[in-house]
Structure formats: C-alpha cells, structure tokens
Design a protein around this ligand. Structure first.
Ligand code: FES
Ligand SMILES: [Fe+2]
Length: 358
C-alpha cells in the first residue's frame, strides 16, 4: 500500500518542552550526592541524588542572578553557586545566602531551585519540563511490563561506562532527528542496505507492533552462529532482538549477541544535525569465557558497519530533502509483510503531527 505523508513545517522545540525525555540510568546516580548535567535544547538541567535518596531534577540556574550552578558530573554535599556563593541543599532549598539578613528584603524561606518533573520506566530516568504532564505509566501504558517480559534481566544490568563498547557513544549525524528515527522504525531498508545484518537476521520474520506512544519491533536472527555480522553463541547469546521506540525521541532495546541493553536519545542540534546519545547496559557477569571477544566484535561491527551504513543513509536523505524535486515521499505499508512495511514510521509521523497540533 502506498500513501503520501502530510507535511509539517514547524520545529520540535515546542513538543520537546512538554514531553518525557530520557535523562539517565539510575545506575549513573547510584552513589549518594551524585549529580550529572544535561540539556534539552537551550535548557540546562541537572539530576542529583538527595540525602533522602530521591533523585530530583533542577534547572541548572541560581535563583539569585542566574549563574549556572554545576558543571559535568560528580558528587556534591551541597550546591554552592560560583558567583556569590549562595548554597542550596540537594533537595533544592536555599541553605545560606552570604551576608543576607532580614533588612535586605530577601525572603530566604521562599527561595529554592526550580524543579523539573522526574519519572521512571524501570531504572530509566526521564524528565519533563511540563509540570502538568501525565505520568509515564499513563503516557506509555504497558511499556515497562513489555520490556520486563522480553528482557527479564534488564534490571540487573549496569551502565557500561566504557566508551569502547560502541553503544556508549554520542554520535553526530548530519540529518534531521526525524530522518534518523524514520530509519530506525522500518526494516524495509535492511535487506538492501545492510548486507551483513541481512545475513545474520531473519528479516521477513521481523514484526512491528504499535502501542500508545510507543512501538515494539521483534527481530529474530537466523540462528546462524557464523554469519557476516559477528559470531553468535546460540546457547548463551540473545538470538531475538527487541527494539522499542518511545515518542518523541527515545529508542531502547536488546540487540542480538551477548546479553545487554541500550537506550538512546536523539537530540535535535539544528534542523539538519542530530546528536544520538546512548547508554549501554551490561550484565554484571559475562555468560561465558568467550563472551568478551564476541562483545568486542559486535561493538566493532556496530560502530564501523551498521551504524556507519545508517548514518550514510540518513545524511544522504537529508541532502535529498533539500532538493526542489523532492516532494513528500510515499509510505509503503503492509501490516502483513513487516519486512517491507513502514507502518511504525507512519505511526511516528501521526504522533508527531498530533503533538504539533495540540
Ligand atoms: S548568581 Fe548565584 S549566588 Fe549570585
Ligand atoms: Fe538501518
């Protein structure tokens, strides 16, 4: 079936300021008093684990005169503003304002850091700049249960903290963030554009299902220990990939191979540049003695082969979309043939249009 997409000319910023965006895995904030900074477009934020063990999110700005409060990541007993040294407890309350007494007209009781909503799917921490937003379990009902059903060990995995793993990368692609997600949300291109992936997978058996604000792809391998992508141990490795997309810009899942899990956020940098930030989770113990070797081979393949192929495709499409001869494209949708169908991508577009029109 072929359909023409409807056009949408407006930017993503409005939507990103009022939806759930992935910020960090709880394992990155495991230590007491740990914090990390991140941003949503031009809005700078930080997550911090308080002395009551709660993880909170604040705008990274001092209420006094607007100086940025913390940089990078680390641990702090309290937040001290670098400008005039006002101090804040880790729950955001003002603790001290140097030299400020009753006569200055500053009401110290009423001053605290500006807080941002935090919610979780399992151990994945999300934030939302809209204080009225519905909680995540209402926004994407069933997602947490589905992940646990498909990947029951995911909660025992920890952030890899190893940039060499391949999934722990921030990679910049010269394409619009939606073009990158379009590429993620269909496997129509897999047969043609990913020859080594095609050799490892059973692409016709791949299936996408649509849910409220998320999609799920089940992607079985062809159960070939030796294949053109990377070696699989059919006894210990994951042999059926599980890939989710959570609107608007989070992807997460379990890739075939040595057990593990990944979560990515696709950050629009500009209309034609996207930064994909990925956290990779690994089991605390490898399943067998050869697993580290297979894992390294997969990482190398991921970085140098399949991600490179997808990046080239997306950057090429970005060039194409600037061409005056390109209109709006076509959707190929056939719910009975998931290996060619673009129905998950089309669903993403309908969610996006709905969010823009709201
Ligand atoms: S701006 Fe932070 S203490 Fe003045
Ligand atoms: Fe791809």
């Amino acid at each position: 079936m072929l359909h023409r997409p409807a056009g949408s000319g407006r930017g993503a910023r409005k939507d990103f300021y009022r939806t759930w965006l992935y910020a960090a895995h709880a394992g990155e904030l495991e230590a007491p008093e740990s914090y990390l900074t991140f941003s949503i477009f031009d809005q700078e934020l930080f997550l911090v684990r308080g002395h009551d063990d709660e993880v909170r999110c604040f705008y990274n700005v001092c209420p006094h005169r607007g100086h940025v409060l913390v940089e990078g990541a680390g641990r702090k007993r309290q937040i001290v503003c670098p400008y005039h040294a006002w101090t804040y407890a880790l729950d955001g309350r003002l603790r001290g304002a140097r030299g400020v007494s009753g006569e200055t007209g500053v009401d110290k009781q009423g001053i605290c850091l500006s807080q941002v909503r935090v919610d979780r799917i399992l151990d994945f921490i999300f934030v939302n700049l809209d204080s009225e937003a519905q909680p995540l379990h209402e926004f994407a009902p069933g997602l947490a249960d589905q992940i646990l059903e498909c990947c029951p060990d995911v909660r025992s995995y920890r952030p890899a903290n190893d940039k060499a793993k391949g999934f722990d990368t921030t990679y910049v692609c010269n394409a619009n963030w939606k073009a990158m997600l379009d590429n993620y949300l269909e496997c129509y291109h897999c047969e043609n554009a990913h020859p080594t992936f095609r050799d490892m997978m059973d692409i016709p058996a791949s299936a996408f299902t649509l849910h409220q604000n998320f999609t799920h792809q089940v992607a079985p391998t062809g159960m070939k220990a030796e294949n053109d992508a990377f070696p699989l141990n059919l006894e210990h490795d994951v042999t059926v990939g599980q890939f989710w997309f959570l609107f608007p810009n989070t992807t997460l899942g379990q890739f075939p191979g040595v057990p593990g899990f990944y979560i990515s956020r696709f950050d629009p940098v500009s209309p034609d540049v996207t930064s994909r930030v990925t956290t990779s989770l690994v089991p605390q113990e490898m399943p067998d003695r050869d697993a580290a070797r297979r894992d390294a081979l997969r990482a190398e393949w991921n970085v140098n082969v399949v991600s490179a192929e997808d990046r080239a495709l997306c950057e090429n499409v970005q060039r194409g979309m600037h061409q005056r001869g390109f209109e709006r494209g076509w959707y190929v949708t056939d719910p009975g043939a998931h290996n060619i169908s673009e129905h998950a991508m089309r669903y993403f577009h309908s969610l996006y249009r709905g969010a823009m029109d709201a």
